[in-house]
Design a protein around this ligand. Structure first.
Ligand code: ADP
Length: 159
């Protein structure tokens, strides 16, 4: 049987940090489903369709990846994918507190899931979608941190 995991997140927008985690996950799993959270309450720069499309273009040459979107509870979505493993990235200590809380809550909601945390290459530990959006808004160059399609999309959005 193929080993499968779901990598959920906002991906607003995808960065090289996310890509690093996707590639690491594929060292362990045959198939990784990137699941973009559609949450109208969260103020995102890109629509869920745009985030999915940017992820598809960023991962088109990586074998074993698919991109999907979901709304509602992650544990319910995982069930529909016939999968029980969630991948999350851990950068700095501040990620840990939030992830710890979410992990324990998800475990209460479903006993069937397991969450794996992965650390990116240290050059991506300071990288976040929020920071990228800030830099782009201020006219900075984000070419070293995001794929070129994302860089172009940021320019279109922000100008
Ligand atoms: P969320 O709103 O779910 O945190 P993000 O798109 O910010 O969505 O992040 C999705 C996942 O990717 C999270 O587990 C986050 O910790 C991880 N992540 C984000 N940026 C990086 C990065 N630079 N390196 C490693 N993991 C990252």
């Amino acid at each position: 049987m193929k080993r499968k995991a779901v990598y959920p997140g906002s991906f607003d927008p995808v960065t090289y940090g996310h890509i690093d985690i996707i590639k690491r996950s594929l060292e362990i799993f045959d198939e990784v489903v990137i699941a973009v959270l559609s949450n109208p309450q969260k103020n995102t720069l890109f629509t869920v369709e745009e985030r999915v499309s940017l992820l598809k273009s960023a991962t088109k040459d990586i074998k074993g990846v698919s991109v999907d979107s979901f709304h509602g509870l992650l544990v319910d979505y995982i069930g529909t994918k016939r999968c029980r493993v969630i991948i999350r990235g851990l950068r700095v200590l501040s990620d840990f507190e939030y992830e710890f809380q979410m992990a324990l809550m998800n475990r209460k909601l479903s006993k069937d899931i397991e969450i794996i945390y992965m650390m990116p290459n240290e050059s991506y530990t300071y990288l976040s979608s929020t920071l990228i959006k800030e830099i782009a808004k201020l006219g900075g160059n984000v070419g070293n941190f995001v794929p070129s399609a994302v860089e172009k999309a940021l320019k279109r959005k922000i100008l």
